[in-house]
Design a protein around this ligand. Structure first.
Ligand code: FES
Ligand code: FES
Length: 176
């Protein structure tokens, strides 16, 4: 067993873990953060995406011991203390950027990272930025619309506040 110390959704945690334990397993099985889901276990689907020190990672592709000393944010750490949704969560809600919702936590975490890097992405940049996240339901159109909507309201911070609103255009094209 190896001792790890990290911050998860603002809470400091210390634990002994097997060196082979994946970060996604640690989040779900030890911390009960089941909002982060496992869709493939082969680094393909992106459903397990979280932020590691502010950058999106597929948590099935990271060992828990590799997160030692880091700050992890999951989908469960995005809402404000008053329960208000993060602007990207709100945009997915308003644009109906989901159907079954299985891919949604990873899509939102990846979208936030995308907007942190590029606050005003083109449709092409959005599709490129989300190409590592698979959705079997939506055809991606409303997901792209949600990110376009969020680009108008997100400050670019993981805990950013709403500063305004624009309406994203409906676009056609291949899935991300
Ligand atoms: S569960 Fe991690 S990429 Fe699919
Ligand atoms: S909403 Fe069902 S997989 Fe994306």
């Amino acid at each position: 067993m190896t001792r790890i110390n990290l911050t998860v959704d603002g809470q400091r945690v210390a634990d002994d873990v097997e060196p082979r334990m994946l970060l996604v397993q640690y989040l779900r099985e030890r911390l009960g953060k089941t909002g982060t889901v496992i869709g493939c276990d082969t680094s393909n689907c992106g459903a397990c995406t979280v932020h590691l020190d502010g950058t999106s990672v597929k948590s099935c592709n990271v060992l828990a011991v590799q997160a030692d000393g880091s700050s992890v944010t999951t989908i469960e750490g995005l809402a404000g203390d008053d329960g208000s949704l993060h602007p990207v969560q709100q945009a997915f809600h308003e644009c109906h950027g989901l159907q079954c919702g299985f891919c949604t936590p990873g899509m939102i975490m990846q979208s936030i990272d995308l907007l942190n890097t590029n606050p005003n992405p083109s449709e092409e940049a959005i599709r490129l930025g989300l190409e590592g996240n698979l959705c079997r339901c939506t055809g991606y159109h409303n997901i792209v619309r949600a990110v376009q909507e969020a680009a108008g309201v997100s400050t670019g911070s993981t805990t950013g506040s709403t500063t305004g609103s624009t309406t994203g255009s409906t676009t056609e094209g291949v899935g991300a």
